[in-house]
Design a protein around this ligand. Structure first.
Ligand code: FCB
Length: 457
C-alpha cells in the first residue's frame, strides 16, 4: 500500500460545529454480522449458498459465525452505548423473517429483531433499519431473483410484514442498500451472490430494484405515515484520467451509471439514457405505468461515499467504453481495498446531490476505511483510519458551512465484519474483533469518535 505520512491531526472542529440536529451514527448489516445462518427457522439466503462454493470468497471465508451478533447482540449494542453513538443503522435479514421469501412468517426471526430494537431503545439508541442489504432469500433466487419481475410482489409482502411488526418502535426506514452494488456485482460481474453475469441480467435486476425502491417507499408510508423513509446509494466522485474529450465523456458515462441511475427514476427523472445510450435497452423490461411506480418522495437520501474513481476511455469495454484506473496503478494513497483516500470526494458528492431539487434531506449513511490493523497487546492504534475519518468529516463540515444541506453522518462500521467477497481480510470496524474468540477491542479510532461525540447518551 502506498503510504501517506501523517502525524496525529489536531482536530480543528467539534461536534457542535455541525449543529444540534446533526445525526451521528454507525452502520452494520445483517449478513456481515449476525452469523447463525440456519438456526431458529431461518431460511437460506443467496449469500449462504454463494459462500459455500469454492473460491468465491477470499480465503474461502464464510459468514456462518461472523460477529455472532445473532447470539450476542447485547455485547455490540452495549459497545455502541459505550462509544456514545446515538444512532444505529442495521439491516433485517429477509430470510430470517420469511424463510421462503414469501408466505409463512418465522416468528423467531421477528422476535430476534424485537429484542435487538428493544435493547437499543432501552439504552437510548435510535434504530435505523435497512430493509434490504443484499441477502435475498435463496428460494426467491431459485425463481429468478432480482431478474424476475415478480420480485415487486415478493418485496412488497416482506416490507408489509416488517413495517406492521415494527411500526411502533422504528421511525427510520431505508428501503435498499446500494442497489448498484447488488445488481452490478451480483448480476453483472458475478463476483457477489448470486454470481450471475451478463448485461440482460443486470438491466432486468436494475429495473426491478428501482421499482422496489418506489413500491417499498409507498408501502411503508401507507402503513406508517409518520415514518421517515429513505434509501441508500453508493456515491463515488468521478474524474477523468486526462483532459481528453474521450476521457471526459467516459467519465460522464460512469458518473451516470454509478451515481445517477438508481436515484433519478425515484425523483421522477427516469433513467439517464442521454448520458448512457445503451441504457435504452432497459425499456424492454418496462411496463406501462412503471414511471409512476418508480417514483418515491423520499424523506431522506442516504449517500455512501468511500473514494473517488478515475476514469479512462477504453475501446475494449463493451457498451460503456470506459474503465476505472485503480488507485495502486495511479500510485496514490489508498486503503486495503485499493480505494483512493480522497476526502474531497465527500464534499463533491454532497455538492452533487444538493443539485437535485427533489432531494429533501441528505445523510451520509456510510463512510469508513479498511486498513491492515495491528493488535499490539490490547491496543489497535489505527492512525490511518482515524485520520481518514477526520478528513472526511472535515469535508462534511466544509460542505455544510458552504451552504450545502447535509444532515447526518454514519461510520461504516461498528465491528470488523464479513466484507462480502473479501471475507475477513478487510477490517472496517471501529471495534476490533478477534474472530477466533469473538473478543472485542475498541480501536483508537473508536475512542476518538467517542471523545468527539462527547456525552450524547
Ligand atoms: C458498502 C456496503 C457495506 C460495506 C462497505 C465497505 O458498499 O454497503 O456493506 O461492505 O461498502
Amino acid at each position: 500500500m502506498h503510504k501517506k505520512n501523517h502525524s496525529d491531526l489536531p482536530i480543528a472542529f467539534t461536534k457542535e460545529d455541525f449543529g444540534q440536529d446533526f445525526v451521528w451514527g454507525i452502520s452494520t448489516s445483517a449478513l456481515q454480522t449476525e452469523g447463525s445462518i440456519n438456526i431458529d427457522g431461518k431460511g437460506l439466503s443467496i449469500w449462504d449458498e454463494f459462500t459455500s462454493k469454492k473460491n468465491k470468497i477470499h480465503n474461502n471465508d464464510t459468514h456462518e459465525v461472523a460477529c455472532d451478533f445473532y447470539k450476542d447482540y447485547r455485547r455490540d449494542i452495549e459497545l455502541i452505548k459505550e462509544l456514545g453513538i446515538p444512532n444505529f443503522r442495521f439491516s433485517f435479514s429477509w430470510s430470517r423473517i420469511l424463510p421462503e421469501g414469501v408466505g409463512a412468517i418465522n416468528e423467531k426471526g421477528l422476535e430476534f429483531y424485537h429484542k435487538v430494537i428493544d435493547y437499543c431503545l432501552e439504552l437510548g439508541i435510535v434504530p435505523w433499519i435497512t430493509l434490504y442489504h443484499w441477502d435475498l432469500p435463496l428460494a426467491l433466487e431459485k425463481k429468478g431473483g432480482w431478474t424476475n419481475r415478480d420480485i415487486i410482489h415478493w418485496f412488497k409482502e416482506y416490507v408489509e410484514v416488517c413495517v406492521n411488526a415494527f411500526k411502533d418502535k422504528v421511525k427510520y426506514w431505508m428501503v435498499l442498500n446500494e442497489p448498484l452494488g447488488f445488481t452490478g456485482a451480483g448480476y453483472y460481474l458475478g463476483v457477489h451472490a448470486p454470481g450471475r453475469k451478463g448485461f440482460s441480467n443486470f438491466l432486468a435486476a436494475m429495473h426491478h430494484a428501482v421499482l422496489c425502491q418506489g413500491i417499498g417507499f409507498k408501502t411503508i408510508k401507507k402503513i406508517q405515515p409518520d415514518a421517515e423513509v429513505g434509501s441508500t446509494f453508493s456515491g463515488s466522485y468521478i474524474t477523468p484520467y486526462s483532459n481528453s474529450e474521450k476521457d471526459k465523456s467516459a467519465a460522464k458515462r460512469i458518473d451516470a451509471l454509478l451515481n445517477n441511475c438508481f436515484l433519478e427514476p425515484s425523483l421522477g427523472l427516469g433513467y439517464p439514457i442521454d448520458e448512457i445510450p445503451f441504457l435504452k435497452k432497459i425499456k424492454k423490461y418496462m411496463h406501462k405505468g412503471d414511471e409512476e411506480l418508480m417514483k418515491a418522495d423520499f424523506d431522506f437520501i442516504g449517500i455512501q461515499n468511500y473514494t473517488r474513481e478515475v476514469v479512462k476511455h477504453s475501446f475494449f469495454i463493451p457498451f460503456l467504453k470506459a474503465k476505472l484506473v485503480p488507485a495502486d496503478k495511479r500510485k496514490v494513497y489508498h486503503t486495503l481495498m485499493n480505494w483512493e483516500v480522497y476526502p474531497e470526494a465527500m464534499y463533491e458528492m454532497i455538492k452533487k446531490y444538493n443539485g437535485y431539487k427533489g432531494i429533501k434531506k441528505l445523510i451520509i449513511t456510510e463512510n469508513g476505511a479498511s486498513f491492515p490493523d495491528e493488535l499490539i497487546g490490547t491496543l489497535v492504534d489505527d492512525k490511518d483510519r482515524k485520520h481518514y475519518l477526520q478528513l472526511h468529516m472535515e469535508q462534511v463540515l466544509q460542505a455544510k458551512q458552504d451552504g450545502y444541506s447535509i444532515s447526518g453522518y454514519f461510520v461504516w462500521s461498528l465491528t470488523d465484519n464479513f466484507e462480502w467477497a473479501e471475507g475477513y481480510r478487510q477490517r472496517f470496524g471501529m471495534v476490533y474483533v478477534d474472530f477466533k474468540t469473538q473478543e472485542r477491542i475498541i480501536k483508537e479510532s473508536g475512542k476518538w469518535y467517542r471523545d468527539f461525540l462527547g456525552s450524547y447518551l
